[in-house]
Design a protein. Structure first.
Lengths: 126, 126
């Protein structure tokens, strides 16, 4: 298994940038620990460590919108990765937007740059 | 000024993903604190907080290879940003590669996927 340098952060978590395999759009950023890294490599489905729930998180486990990993890039210091993925369901963000980065800085305001792909209430049932 | 949620990490640092404005390639990831964020917004040049040197870091201050910010995207939780930049000098990585993510997972190996744009010894003089 490819070794990452989990010692680089105090909490043992490293950032994983998620990029759309077809468009190159940055979809989200989440964190991985050694277990999430292992599961991602093993299964080809993006796994993270949920900081809020403090548990292993298979992205899409509740929505069904999993991320199929096409490629994984590793940076020069082996402390950040890029998951190049196919996002099932069309949206990576819990708000229903395709990307979590759906707002752009416009002077002192944030401007929303696209419309949601799905209604979160329907997908998550709350 | 746009507020980010610096309370989300124990050390007050948030990840900034850097993406090439022309190609969409992910070039690097670095960290920002409130000061680096303020300087980036103010000057339009990417500033970070250097974790190794524990100081404000204007990317390109020694190499001259600054990053001109074209757009800044903010995520749903306001705890991660994307700097969409024009990378002067053609390479973001201290190794001379265009992107820090120049290696791709290939089974149990990392395969280098491109050649350096510059010779680090010439640019950094060491």
């Amino acid at each position: 298994m490819i070794e990452l340098d989990f010692s680089k952060s105090a909490d043992g978590l490293l950032p994983a940038i998620v990029q759309d395999y077809a468009t190159g759009e940055v979809l989200m950023l989440a964190y991985i620990n050694a277990l999430a890294w292992e599961k991602s490599l093993e299964t080809g489905k993006a796994h993270y460590w949920s900081r809020s729930r403090q548990k292993l998180w298979l992205k899409g486990e509740s929505s069904g919108h999993i991320q199929k990993i096409h490629d994984i890039l590793v940076d020069c210091d082996a402390d950040t990765v890029v998951y190049v993925v196919e996002q099932l369901g069309g949206a990576a963000c819990h708000t229903g937007h395709r990307s979590c980065f759906y707002r752009v800085v416009d002077g002192d305001r944030l401007q929303v740059k696209d419309t949601p792909v799905f209604d979160p209430a329907e997908v998550y049932g709350h």
